[in-house]
Design a protein around this ligand. Sequence first.
Ligand SMILES: Nc1nc2c(ncn2[C@@H]2O[C@H](COP(=O)(O)OP(=O)(O)OP(=O)(O)O)[C@@H](O)[C@H]2O)c(=O)[nH]1
Ligand SMILES: [Mg+2]
Ligand SMILES: [Zn+2]
Ligand SMILES: [Zn+2]
Length: 470
Amino acid sequence: MGLRRARAAGPDVPGGRVGGAHPRPGAGPGRPAWLRPGRGGAGRPAGRRPGGRRPVRGGRAGPLRRRRRHLPAAAGGGPVSKCPMCFFALPEDVASYACRVCPPEHNQRQAACAGLTSVTWPVVTELVRDRQQGGVFSRRWPPTSVACHRCQRPATEQVCPTCHYLLPEDWRDSDTLCVALAGARNTGKSLYLGVAVQQLGLMLQSQGVALQHGTVFSQQSYERHYEEPLFSIRQMPQATPRAQTEDAAQRHPLVLSLGTRHRRRRYLVLRDAAGEELQNPPERALHLSYFDRADVVLFMFDPAADPAIAALLPDVVQRGVDQGSAARVLANVLRLSAEGRPPVGVVVSKFDLLQRLTRVEAPQWQAIMGNAGAAMQRDPGVEVMAYQRDDAELLSAEVHSLLTAMRARDVINQLAHPHDGRLRTSQFFAVSALGASAVDSGVHPHGIASFRCLDPLRWALARADLVDVA
Ligand SMILES: Nc1nc2c(ncn2[C@@H]2O[C@H](COP(=O)(O)OP(=O)(O)OP(=O)(O)O)[C@@H](O)[C@H]2O)c(=O)[nH]1
Ligand SMILES: [Mg+2]
Ligand SMILES: [Zn+2]
Ligand SMILES: [Zn+2]
């Protein structure tokens, strides 16, 4: 079966920015009231429960998980789902619905979170306490629909209470993992996403499952911005524009359904970003604040940014794109995610360039890249779904040394010795989306031969106990 039913929160109307700069959550008095911690918990850090305890995903036995659907929020004890757009934990005592009968209207919440003007169907919000009678919870929570305050008809489309983004129907009852892509311009984020989704499809196929998109927006965005350029037209995609741009790819996250595990559906959310914005993030970048609440951040590092490597490969390294310093971009990303401190996967992209170094006059690189026994020389393939811990740790150590050889110590040091002293988990990967450099802005005539693209995703999924660990 293909796509799930389209359930739109409303039409998006392209336009400019909404009334000036929006403050970042936690940025003090300027923070919008609806993003402050308080009613409904919409402002609390992602994954935190009202009691301040982090849900331990790894420790739960799936079938034994308590189903929250019929419980009042106060009694909730299950996992916390995050919105696929703003990555805020869905408050357990608040549910919001879009009414598709009333005329669309400007939606300030969505505008603030997306960073541009937004028009959606009107949203009705329901509080669990309104459904309690004498302190006793009497009805199904969250309800399947609520009466619209204006037209009194049932509003059935569940949306995120914080940013009003449409949620797939069974979102609150599913396990979700939200991954944010980061990196400077031209580091290979979008191509990686395009290829990784295709590889995920092959991986699931080998397990007898078909990859599905969780929303129509995800399917359309993937086809338009990633699949079509790469696999049909076979041209390199355009640089991802700033989020404020009409039709920017990152306006809709990729929401991928990976089938069930322990009888619960698994969703993987992938959010692309414009390197341009991460090189110079706006002062109060509320629409980039999702980094703080991501489950995992994948930071792409382009080896061609090292002038010594670019000089060795003059024929295949693309020039003319100002990437700034990778360390500075990482510093921006770490600042954007300083409160939630999600784990960071440092992904050396365009690994095929480094593999080419064995063919040029560069003894130092021939020694590093010519080691046939290294983990970074082999690809475990797409037929394995489990996270192979030993192989991943070996690879991580090898890529760590590789970054040192590429004079990227500032990247490593920021993770190993953070200035605020608050260490976060990190792991190192090497991927090649294309397997060979583009020729005349098109896919290499030999086709796409990607390398180790699934590793970072297997790692992220294993962290959330969404795949086995071998
Ligand atoms: N050799 C090689 N080149 C790659 C690979 N992946 C990407 N590239 C090159 O890098 C360019 C930029 O890739 P994108 O995926 O658009 O980069 P991005 O990080 O999304 O860039 P922004 O959208 O500007 O942030 C492509 O046009 C390719 O020429 C790869 O695996 N190997
Ligand atoms: Mg891009
Ligand atoms: Zn209505
Ligand atoms: Zn949201």
